[in-house]
Structure formats: C-alpha cells, structure tokens
Design a protein around this ligand. Structure first.
Ligand code: ARG
Ligand code: ZN
Length: 467
C-alpha cells in the first residue's frame, strides 16, 4: 500500500513536471549555467549561474619559449542550481585538470567555441552554495585580436610580456568569468626567469628566488573587473615611495624607456593626490605605473592601481590612465556600449589637469573642438552609442566624450558639476553602471531636465549643435 501510494505520488509529480513550463521547474532542477553574459558587442564574454568573489592565480612564463603555465583557484557562489557551468578560457591554453570543491570534475574545451571551458562537477551545485574551482592549464602565449585590430591579452615582448586585457584579453591567460560586471579580488603570483620583474595589481607581497626562477606575488583587496588585471613582466627598474597624501606607489620602468618616462612619472604622486582632491578619496590602497617597451601594442591601459603603458607616456596619457582609477576602475561600465563612462571621463580629466597646470581651460578645449568641421572624425560615432565593438575606442568616444562633460560643466556651473562627478562615484563605488543612470543622476543633482542636452551630445549622429 505504502509503496503504491509513493509510486502514485511520484507518478503524479512526474506528470506535473513534464507538463509544467520549463521556467517553473527550473529553480529546483539543476541546469547548465549560460555560456555567455549577453553583452551585445561581445555576447560570449562572461557566463551565467555564478558570481566570483576571488581569483588566486599562479602563472609561470618563459619568454624564450613563450610557454605559459597556470594554476587558478577561483572562489564563487552559485546563483542558480548548477548542473555544469562555463569559464572563459581560450583554446590556445590546454587544461589538464579541474577540481570543484577539491574533487576532480569533468571538463571540455569545445572546438566550436573559442573560449568556453565547460566544467561538470561530480555533484550539482545548489543555488547559493559557495564553491571553489581549481584549474591547471598550459600553452603558448597567444594574444587575441580585437575588432579594432589591436592586440589584447597576454602579448609577448622582446624581454617578457605586456599584459592588458580590455575588452576581451583575460581568457588568453586565465580562466575567468570575463564580464565587467563580475568584480572580484585577485592574488596573482608570477614565476619568471631570475633577473626579470613581474608586476601585477595592488600590493606587492614578496619576491622569492629558487634556483633560476623568481616568483613575484601581488594582492588586490578591492573588487575589480577582469579586464583590469595585469601580470606584465620583463626587465624593469623599480621605484617605490608614497605620494604627499600618503598613497604608496610602485613604479616599474623598462630601462629603454627610462630617459623619456622618468620626468613624466615624477608627476605621478601629485596627479594622484590632485585627482583625489578633485573627485574624492583614492579608491585603492596603492598606486603606480608600469612603463614597458611594447611597440606593437599602441595603447595604454588603466589596469587597476597600476596602469600599464606600451612606451614612455605623455603627461596627458598618464593623467588619463590615473583618472580611470576613479572612472572605469571604481565605477565601471555595465556593458561595452557604456564605454563613454570610462573614456569620456578619463579624457575630460586630462583636459581638467591641463587647466589645473595653467594650460587651456576645459571651456577653451571645448571651443577648439567646436571649430572642427561637421565631417571631422571627432563627431562620429556618437559616444553614447559607438555601435559595435570595433568602435568602442574611437576618437569620438574620447574627444566628443570629454567635450560632453566640458559642456555639462558650462551648462550647470562648477559647483553643481563637481557635485555630480563626486556623487556619481559615491553611488557606485566598486560597482557597475550604465550611461542612462549617469544622465538621470546629473539631471536630479542639477534640478534641470538634461534629456535634450545629453541626447545631442551623446546620441545625435554628427556634430552636436553648440549653444
Ligand atoms: N582603455 C584604454 C585607454 O585608456 C584603451 C584600451 C584600448 N584597447 C584596445 N584593445 N584597443 O585609453
Ligand atoms: Zn582611457
């Protein structure tokens, strides 16, 4: 009888399950995490079903062979009941083992997908469960090429590697939930041939030499997006100190760049302190810079706490990357379409620094731009909607993007403008935001309807109408 009753109930439940729409059954039944985060520009970036809190990466690299080895330990929390999940890792790196919560897990790197590592744990992961993933992998360092043609990720140089991963390079060197929305803490150690220096983000922990190899260890205690992590290595001269306001810095300079870079880097402490006075407290525990000699790269990147430069930077570029520590690294875009929140703000900060040091005011810079003809490249694409991944770093996102803030400053006056700039950060410390949130916030602080203003500056095709 009893058996019968159970059977009947089970049969009824089965019928109910098969009739229920999938969405109703989903919360209880473990299902695979999504293979992408759904960004319209980079749909495969990131994954669904979990949220990473920290990465512990042990990287090994030999410049002569370009051989890269890695051991990643990831701590995450399941946001759904998971039968399996993906990490982003390029197939140029071959995985040899994966463990979930210490136990061997099945995995595959499907040939049809360039950067999915599919992990099937022995048991499904309950929603809310905190779990660890350990991945061992190795391969030949191979950067990726972005839609705009530039190299991205782990980029070999003559004496080491330049590591810069915006917007999609991180999976060329570690397994990652590569969406800017999944911020995490990082502990990175890099083992290199003795005599080379490896520089990552955050606090310098130690370097230890065993025989012919040195391991450099770093720790970043604030959560950042994966595109902001570096492990740049090579021959470097190191300078350490504190800014006048007390922020510790670690500056690494390729000796070939020292003569040009050092006079510029001498301004780093005062720029960091000036930015903190202008926008609010410095958001990280350390600062610095990495100046490499990587002529095939062609850009600098605001890697967290310590931007990386492909060559000796100008003062303007240094100020730009340092300003990103606030706009970009602390408040970060939600989707790549929101790139103006990064580049427009950093470039405006360069303009503001020029004004601060006695050069042109931001109003004069704005007037100079206004003088450019309607068919100048500076006007398109519109910074609020660059249109595709190929245009996220278009000149207009920077210059028309900076002009937008210069025009806002002129429109609302200094007092309100800087309240907007500082308040915006306070609302989103260590978080993500979209352009629409900024424009709405600015309007609220200014007590003005700025809809038409931002529509013209950020979204109008072609030269905005100057008023
Ligand atoms: N965010 C960098 C900057 O501060 C630019 C990165 C360009 N990256 C690229 N893959 N094109 O300007
Ligand atoms: Zn920038």
């Amino acid at each position: 009888m009893r058996t019968n009753r159970v059977l009947t109930v089970a049969a009824a439940a089965l019928t109910a399950l098969s009739l229920a729409p999938a969405a109703l059954a989903a919360p209880h039944r473990p299902t695979p995490g999504a293979a992408g985060g759904g960004d319209p520009y980079f749909p495969r970036q990131g994954n669904g079903g979990y949220d990473v809190s920290s990465y512990r990466l042990a990287i090994g690299y030999t410049p002569s062979s370009k051989r890269l080895t890695g051991h990643a330990r990831i701590t995450a929390r399941a946001t759904q009941s998971l039968s399996r999940f993906d990490l982003d890792l390029r197939r140029t790196l071959t995985v040899s083992s994966v463990r979930v919560d210490g136990r061997r897990a099945a995995f595959s790197q499907p040939a049809a997908q360039v950067q999915e590592l599919v992990v099937t744990p022995r048991h499904a992961l309950r929603a809310g469960h905190r779990f660890s993933v350990e991945v061992r992998y190795a391969g030949t360092a191979t950067p990726t090429t972005d839609p705009d043609g530039s190299l991205d990720g782990f980029i070999p140089t003559s004496d080491g590697a330049f590591v810069a991963s915006e917007p999609q390079g991180s999976p060329t060197w570690f397994p990652v939930n590569d969406t800017p929305r999944d911020k995490a803490r990082y502990a990175v150690s890099v083992t290199v041939p003795k005599g080379l220096t490896a520089v990552s983000n955050g606090r310098f922990v130690a370097h230890r030499t065993h025989g012919a190899a040195t391991t450099w260890s770093w720790r970043l205690d604030r959560p950042v997006s994966s595109y902001l992590v570096t492990a740049t290595l090579g021959k470097f001269d190191v300078t350490r100190g504190r800014t006048p306001a007390g922020v510790p810095y670690f500056v690494a300079v390729d000796p070939t760049q020292a003569a040009k870079a050092n006079p510029v880097l001498a301004k780093l402490p005062s720029i960091v302190d000036w930015l903190a006075r202008t926008y609010g407290r410095y958001p990280f525990g350390e600062t610095g810079a990495i100046v490499d000699d990587a002529p095939n790269v062609g850009y600098a990147l605001e890697t967290a706490t310590r931007p990386v430069f492909d060559r000796a930077p100008s003062v303007g570029t240094l100020a730009h990357e340092l300003a990103h520590q606030w706009y970009g690294d602390t408040v970060t875009l939600r989707q790549w379409r929101d790139i103006w929140l990064n580049e427009g703000f950093a470039e405006f900060s360069t303009w503001l620094y020029t004004e601060h040091t006695g050069g042109k005011t931001t109003a004069q810079q704005l007037a100079d731009l206004e003088a450019l003809p309607a068919d100048d490249d500076v006007w398109s694409p519109p910074p609020g909607n660059p249109g595709s991944g190929a245009d996220i770093f278009a000149g207009s996102v920077y210059d028309r993007g900076a002009a937008t803030l210069a025009a806002l400053r002129a429109e609302v006056g200094d007092h309100v403008f800087f309240r907007i700039m500082r308040g915006w950060l306070r609302q989103h410390y260590y978080g993500n935001a979209a352009v629409g949130q900024f424009t709405a916030y600015a309007g609220r602080v200014a007590h003005t309807d700025l809809t038409a203003f931002f529509q013209t500056w950020l979204y109008h095709d072609g030269k905005p109408a100057f008023s």
